[in-house]
Design a protein around this ligand. Structure first.
Ligand code: NAP
Ligand code: G4F
Length: 331
């Protein structure tokens, strides 16, 4: 029976990855941060099912507390570590650059150091990001493409990405970078653009909201489904040797196209509801992201299973249900 340690288990990917590993029979340890209100809502169903059987074990920790990371890795002795924890909102990284950078850089390095000092061979997954590419040119990006980060978030991801390679090459660690393009789901944080749109569609449809205010509608993203992408993370750690992989769909769509499909799914014309406000524009925008997942397909046998339209529909359906519940509760 394998043991996995997941940082950032309370996030979107933490939910899908821990669900997958628990279903595969893993013992899963995860870190949660102490906050004044409980922040485990995304994994509550997994907690109810797997915590009583001691298959899911949660520990208070923060990536900035390197002592706690060291102690946990020493205590858990995991076979695999998935480093998903990050201040992952690009726009917020301009407002909180130091926290974002410290978490993204020193946090990852603390884990790599703990693995280097461990007697056990521990496989490591680093959550790298397509944001590292900067998205200035309209080209398909792969593992060889030049990194040109445009935000504090992206710079911190470049640091961890390179450090993961340095530890692989210098100390023969099994350390892997998954360069994941945007991936979404009904569990996506509500301030990322896809979820902000689908949540608004649900609420507008149920009469709980009138307008949706967004920023740059022309930005283009390669959007996939988080459930498909977390499976790729696991596949990377089942290989004989460590490597870096781009995970993407090979299709790109603008924010406006996403909104158009989301509104039209419930028979509404998005143009009647969307307005823009400068406050949602970024100091430096990543205009265009499109990924080439050929290497992952060849070596991992991975390909995306969910189409763009299926993703939009899945998210709208879920937010229609959420809005319906809200309507019943508060009206
Ligand atoms: P998410 O929903 O924002 O989850 C981030 C997780 O990190 C949460 O559990 C959060 O805890 C935790 N966290 C934040 N700061 C921390 C700290 N200092 N110490 C410990 N934990 C901390 O992000 P996601 O979408 O699941 O993404 C997972 C990882 O993949 C992130 O590293 C992200 O940067 C990267 N990534 C995501 C995408 C994407 O499209 N989703 C694409 C490429 C790469 P709280 O719940 O307490 O806030
Ligand atoms: O949904 P977003 O905030 O995601 P972004 O910036 O692409 O970052 C996400 O994907 C990265 C992978 O490439 C991850 F590494 C990162 O952790 C995160 O998960 O914004 C997408 C696009 C941007 O161009 C933004 O300017 O949508 C545009 N946008 C337009 N209006 C908006 C809004 N973004 C947000 N969050 N909110 C808006 O109102």
């Amino acid at each position: 029976m394998k043991t996995a340690f997941i940082t950032g288990i309370t996030g979107q990917d933490g939910y899908y990855l821990s669900k997958l590993l628990l279903e595969k029979g893993y013992i899963v340890h995860g870190t949660i941060r102490r906050s004044s209100s409980i922040n485990t809502s995304r994994i509550d169903d997994l907690i109810s099912e797997f915590q009583p059987q001691e298959k899911l074990i949660l520990h208070y920790s923060d990536l900035l507390d390197s002592a706690s990371i060291f102690n946990l890795i020493n205590y858990i002795q995991p076979d695999e570590i998935y480093n998903l924890a990050a201040q992952s909102h690009v726009s917020v990284s301009f407002q909180n650059p130091i926290f974002t950078t410290q978490t993204g850089t020193l946090g990852s390095l603390s884990i790599l150091e703990a693995i280097r000092r461990s007697k056990k061979e521990i496989k490591f997954y680093q959550a790298s990001s397509s944001e590292m590419f900067g998205g200035a040119a309209k080209v398909k990006l792969n593992e060889q493409s030049i990194l040109d980060p445009k935000s504090p978030y992206a710079v911190s991801k470049v640091f961890a990405h390179h450090m993961t390679k340095v530890y692989r090459d210098s100390y023969s660690l099994f350390s892997t970078n998954g360069i994941l393009f945007n991936h979404e789901s009904p569990h996506r944080g509500e301030t990322f653009v896809t979820r902000k749109i689908t949540k608004a569609v649900g609420r507008i449809y149920h009469g709980l909201q009138k307008k949706l205010t967004l920023g740059n509608l022309n930005a283009s993203r390669d959007w996939g489904f988080a459930g498909d992408y977390t499976e790729a993370m696991w596949m990377m750690l089942q290989q004989k040797s460590p490597d870096d992989f781009v995970i993407a769909t090979g299709e790109t769509h603008t924010v406006e196209e996403f909104a158009q499909h989301a509104f039209s799914y419930v028979g509404l014309d998005y143009k009647k509801y969307i307005q823009t406000d400068k406050k949602y524009f970024r100091p430096n925008e990543v205009d265009y992201l499109l990924g080439d997942y050929e290497k992952a397909q060849k070596l991992l046998g991975w390909r995306p299973k969910t189409t763009f339209l299926q993703l939009v529909e899945m998210m709208v359906e879920s937010d229609l249900n959420n809005a319906k519940r809200e309507e019943i509760l508060f009206n």
